[in-house]
Design a protein around this ligand. Structure first.
Ligand code: GLU
Length: 475
């Protein structure tokens, strides 16, 4: 029997969960789900100065919003420092690592010399074979890996293929600092090993780290997990992803009104493909996902594509679920302050009733909010400029008469209001549009809205007549 698949997502809590991290999490999640394995979550908080509680909260919150659940408890890397130290000391005891007493000044000089000579190996090995008896008194040494000086370090990467480094170019890594804290490189190896990680899937900015980590695995006599380094996400022009081009936290995508399912679908296609299929339900994604479908070139972030995909998900979403998501997003957008107090049984029902039309017109939840203005607006309505242009003195006079005609309508429904308006148009020798447009302007304050009779039905008789009264010319 083959051992179960264990992947992990290992963010450093130095900032929000950015879009690249979310994609990495998604790929790890999909791979684990597909093979009936587990995805673990490790917060890499060893950098005490740059790690913050707020960033941890943002990462957990972002993953939850994206519905990427992890297995078991969250593992905090810093809490494992004693274990990391123990492993460094075991390497020391085995002669696979050594104490280095180089002073900061010596290290700087070495670095400058190496740079001047164009060498990538910065440490010159001064303490590698030196007798610790000659160590300067009172100085706390670091522990360095006694890395191989000849030969090659090879990673058989599932995405990048075979990647080879000449050992002469790689440094003797610091494993444990003078103050006894582990370096990131050691911590990752020990944690991945102890957590039973079988597959590491992460951004290709970590490829060089894979070589260094391989040397640590080798020294420990541990097997290295399968490695997949995914090309980073670039901007639409191929350059590094900038804020303007999408390098934002997942929370920003939520606040822009994207649905988690749409963002997952967008992210899965960012660097991974399955024929030319673009739309994937979660189950389809899980079934189709494989490492061999990950491309080798950088994916380009395209807001327009994300927006179109989101529009697709909104149009196909269940109306009640959109009402729920509409409510949830109010906590994250400025409009929320005004709209939340207005949510009640009546407005929720109105929203649900209008949803089939509202969702046809919205690519984001923000557009859904904008489209629902007519439901939540207080009288007298704020009339936007385009609608105001329609409300000429003649139109206001017309609205006054139309109001009188609509007052007689009973019961009040899309059908009865439509009949009344058609009759009114005919009696006045007007085209339907010549009546409908000012009517829409008066009851919604806008020139676009769901079908006007639906709007009338959703708002109900009293509110419609009152809004018409607000805009009608005095008789
Ligand atoms: N903590 C690293 C990061 O946030 C990831 C390390 C890894 O996946 O091995 O970039």
């Amino acid at each position: 029997m083959t051992s179960p698949i264990v992947t992990r997502f290992a963010p450093s809590p130095t900032g929000f969960l950015h879009i690249g991290g979310a994609r990495t999490a998604l790929f790890n999640w999909l791979y684990a789900k597909k093979l009936g394995g587990k995805m673990l979550l490790r917060i890499e908080d060893t950098d005490r100065e740059r790690s913050t509680e707020a960033a941890i909260a943002a990462i957990l919150d972002g993953l939850k919003w994206l519905e990427l659940d992890w297995d078991g408890e969250v593992i905090y890397q810093f809490s494992r420092a004693a274990r990391h130290r123990e492993v460094a000391e075991s390497l020391l005891a085995d002669g696979k690592a050594y104490h280095c007493y180089a002073t900061p000044e010596e290290l700087t000089a070495m670095r400058e010399k190496a740079r001047a000579e164009g060498r990538t190996r910065l440490y010159d090995g001064m303490w590698r074979d030196r007798d610790p008896a000659t160590a300067p008194a009172g100085m706390k040494p670091t522990i360095r890996l006694k890395a191989p000086q000849t030969g090659e370090t090879v990673i058989e990467d599932q995405v990048q293929g075979r990647v080879v480094w000449q050992n002469e170019n790689l440094d003797d890594l610091v494993l444990l600092r003078g103050d006894g804290t582990p370096t990131y490189m050691l911590a990752v190896v020990v944690d991945d090993h102890d957590m039973g990680v079988t597959h590491v899937i992460r951004g290709d900015d970590h490829l060089i780290n894979a070589a260094r980590q391989k040397q640590i695995y080798d020294a420990l006599g541990w097997d290295i997990p399968s490695m997949s380094h995914i090309p980073l996400i670039h901007g639409p022009d191929g350059s590094k992803l900038s804020k303007r081009h999408g390098a934002l936290g997942v929370d920003a995508y939520r606040a822009m009104g994207y649905l988690p399912a749409a963002l997952r679908n967008y992210l899965v296609r960012l660097g991974w493909s399955h024929g030319d299929q673009e739309i994937f339900s979660t189950q389809e994604m899980i079934d189709a996902f494989d490492l061999s479908g990950i491309g080798r070139s950088a994916a380009r972030f395209d807001f327009a594509k994300l927006e179109n995909l989101n529009g697709h998900y909104i149009r196909h979403a269940d109306d009640q679920s959109l009402v729920t998501q509409f409510e949830q997003i109010l906590d994250y957008v400025p409009e929320g302050a005004e709209l939340k107090p207005k949510l009640n049984e009546r407005t929720r029902a109105q929203l649900l009733q209008a949803m089939p039309s509202l969702k046809e017109r919205a690519k984001t939840l923000l557009e859904l909010i904008a489209g629902s203005y007519f439901i939540f607006a207080d009288r007298p309505l704020e009339i936007d400029a385009k609608a105001a242009a329609l409300l000429t003195p003649e139109a206001r006079e017309l609205i006054g008469r139309l109001k009188q005609a609509l007052e007689k309508v009973s019961p009040w429904s899309t059908e009865t209001t439509e009949t009344a308006m058609r009759n009114f148009a005919e009696e006045n020798n007007l085209k339907l549009g010549a009546v409908a447009q000012p009517l829409r302007a008066a009851v919604t304050g806008r020139t676009t809205s769901p079908g006007i009779f639906e709007v009338l039905a959703v708002l109900g008789r009293d509110e419609c007549l009152a809004r018409l009264g607000d805009q009608a010319a005095p008789p």
